[in-house]
Ligand binder design. Structure first.
Ligand code: UGA
Length: 437
């Protein structure tokens, strides 16, 4: 199959490189000339484990290439995937479909022969209908079918998620589009992944319903964690205990500082807005959004509580700035709210992250940064662990304790064992476990 992938962000790049890996010929297109130049020189503009080697293999095999202009490539394509960003629109929280609309019009101008246009970006219910109308306005003679095929990969585990997914979901009422999509994914479905084919609107909704459900699951365990702190219970065991019931499942029950990232915050908001617009409000999702927002800043209060309510003038180290480990993505990271709240309380923040420093410096310019975790904690009264990078798990807590001026270890992701913390003489404030004071 000849595939054009519009958008060389996380989803577009990973999907493009994976499609090339399973034998298709793929051109990834992005209007960002700098990004395409980097890719053409063998660089990868994002941090995603394994993506550099995968892309290099595709390029070497002659199956993966990069371009800024789709005019030369769309006419040859069997399938054009739209994988552009759909950020939350400023002001109302609806998904912003500007880039999707631009891509659809541009594709329409260049299609030739039967072409399937697939929205891979996360798009609200009814977007496929709209794309179809845009193409028809631009080129009434175009022989196209519009399908939905949401992507479920996670940053940090993207390649494995794509090549070995729990399921593939796609939707269209066009039989030719269905046949093309089945062909595209055959190497993956042959290895056992189920392909669920539904109506287009249903497929669009599956994506939002899945992300909102996962966001609810995290928010639920986070609220259980807060209760654990009050009643001297341990959320790690509660999560394990409930997760053993296969109806609940063990995954996505790690309590922490609240969910962030480029997906859950914007998708919960967009689903909430769609539901309100259709006079079918989703109160649970609305509640999830506000509980999670409040939680991020509340994490700073844990540091203050350890010092009797005031951290004014103290140096506080913050380890982990990205929204989770194994990514360089800072979008809606809980760390941003936590660092701001610590600063508002008068603390001097010194931060470190294995991959997110460049973006962090841009987003939070007014704090100090260190080159290593040990440098960040030097002289700090407290150390706040915001993400669960493997590098932090490997820290020698005795060395950490020696470098710090105070004993506070605010382990928001519960990455250390109780014994390890005690042996180093540190005082640990975890999430969802009895608090030291
Ligand atoms: C999420 C979904 O997991 C993917 O299936 C989906 O494709 C993607 O959004 C998307 O819509 O594109 P992602 O945002 O990359 O993927 O990251 P997750 O691993 O799901 O984590 C999201 C947030 O939840 C992070 O802040 C993470 O730290 C937090 N989290 C996750 C917890 O606090 N506890 C958990 O147990 C799991």
């Amino acid at each position: 199959m000849n595939i054009v992938m519009i958008g060389a962000g996380y989803v577009g790049l990973v999907s493009g490189a994976c499609f090339a890996e399973i034998g298709h010929t793929v051109t990834c297109i992005d209007t960002d000339e700098g990004k395409i130049a980097t890719l053409r020189q063998g660089g990868i503009p994002i941090f995603e484990p394994g993506l550099d080697a995968l892309a290099a293999r595709g390029v070497a095999a002659g199956r993966l290439s990069f371009a800024t202009d789709l005019a030369a490539h769309v006419p040859l394509a069997d399938v054009v995937f739209i994988a552009v960003g759909t950020p939350a629109r400023r002001g109302d929280g609806h998904a912003d479909l500007t880039f999707v609309g631009e891509a659809a019009r541009e594709i329409a101008r260049h299609v030739s022969g039967f072409t399937v246009i697939v929205t891979k970006s996360t798009v609200p219910v009814g977007t496929g209908d709209w794309v179809e109308r845009l193409v028809a306005q631009e080129r009434p003679d175009a022989d196209i079918a519009v399908a939905s095929n949401p992507e479920f990969l996670r940053e940090g585990a993207a390649i494995d998620d794509f090549l070995r997914p729990d399921r593939i979901v796609a939707g269209s009422d066009d039989a030719r589009a269905r046949a093309v999509i089945e062909d595209v994914y055959r190497p993956i479905t042959d290895r056992g992944a189920p392909l669920l084919f539904t109506g287009r609107r249903t497929s669009e909704l599956v994506k939002y319903a899945a992300n909102a459900f996962l966001a609810l699951k995290i928010t639920y365990i986070n609220e259980v964690a807060s209760l654990c702190e009050k009643v001297e219970a341990d959320v790690r065991d509660v999560a394990y205990g409930i997760g053993l019931d296969h109806r609940i499942g063990a995954d996505f029950l790690s309590a922490g500082p609240g969910y962030g990232g480029s997906c859950f915050p914007k998708d919960t908001l967009a689903l909430m807005k769609t539901a309100q617009d259709h006079d079918s409000p989703m109160r649970l999702v609305e509640m999830c959004v506000s509980v999670n927002d409040a939680r991020k800043r509340a994490m700073a209060r844990k540091v203050m509580a350890l010092f009797g309510g005031s951290i004014h003038g103290m140096t506080v180290a913050v380890l982990g700035l990205t929204f989770k480990a194994d990514t360089d993505d800072m979008r809606d990271s809980p760390a941003i709210a936590i660092v701001q709240a610590l600063g508002d309380a008068g603390a001097k923040v010194r931060a470190y992250d294995p991959q997110g420093m460049a973006e962090a410096r841009r987003l939070i310019p007014d704090i100090a940064y260190a080159d290593t975790a040990y440098d960040a904690v030097r002289g700090a009264a407290a150390c706040v662990i915001v993400t669960d990078w493997a590098e932090f798990r490997r820290l020698d807590l005795k060395v950490l304790a020696r470098l710090m001026s105070g004993p506070g270890l605010i382990d928001l992701r519960n990455i250390f064992d109780d014994e390890e913390v005690a042996a180093a003489g540190l005082v640990r404030v975890g999430t969802g476990m009895p608090q030291p004071l």
